[in-house]
Design a protein around this ligand. Structure first.
Ligand code: ADP
Length: 161
């Protein structure tokens, strides 16, 4: 039976991409025909990495995953999804603390675009405490982020230091 390819979007700031993000994106890549990492631009005024750097990092990390695409977006996610003909939003759920915000967003997106479905996935246990914000804090305080982020991120962080 022929069907339209199922395209998913993994939206976020990815500032920086962590191994938790990589885990969720790889799970999504196994479930959907294509997954687009959609990097949100212009949310934070002073990001650690520019949008261009974040795109470059994600492309490097997923270079050998044929069905993972990297793009940037701004504005309403539902509009971007419509433009890219995506039917699914993939989000990661780490702990109960993520739930309330994620539920609000998923229901608001459903209100705006009823045909767009949000799918939540749980990362491996090793990543449940990991966030971009904490990685930035540890790095700023001089700690090691080895094992928390892909080597492509670690390398660029060391250059910034
Ligand atoms: P946002 O600012 O939109 O939350 P992030 O870049 O922080 O953007 O996260 C993008 C997505 O990745 C979100 O769904 C978030 O829950 C998920 N995520 C972030 N860190 C992890 C992690 N360690 N394990 C699983 N999912 C994660």
């Amino acid at each position: 039976m022929n069907r339209e390819p199922r395209i998913a979007i993994s939206p976020g700031s990815f500032d920086p991409l962590t191994n938790g993000h990589v885990d969720i994106i790889q799970r999504g890549a196994r479930l959907f025909d294509r997954i687009i990492i959609a990097i949100l631009v212009n949310r934070e005024k002073t990001p650690l990495f520019t949008a261009e750097e974040r795109v470059e990092i994600a492309r490097e990390v997923f270079a050998s995953d044929g069905n993972v695409e990297v793009d940037t977006f701004g504005g309403l996610l539902v509009e971007y999804a419509r433009r890219r003909q995506a039917s699914v939003i993939v989000r990661g759920l780490r702990a109960v603390s993520d739930f309330e915000y994620e539920m609000q967003m998923a229901l608001m997106n459903r209100h705006l675009s009823p045909e767009l479905e949000t799918v939540f996935m749980m990362p491996g246990e090793a990543y449940t405490y990991l966030s971009s914000r904490l990685v930035k804090e540890v790095f700023a305080l001089g700690g090691s982020v080895e094992g928390l982020v892909p080597p492509a991120v670690e390398r660029r962080l060391l250059v910034k230091r």
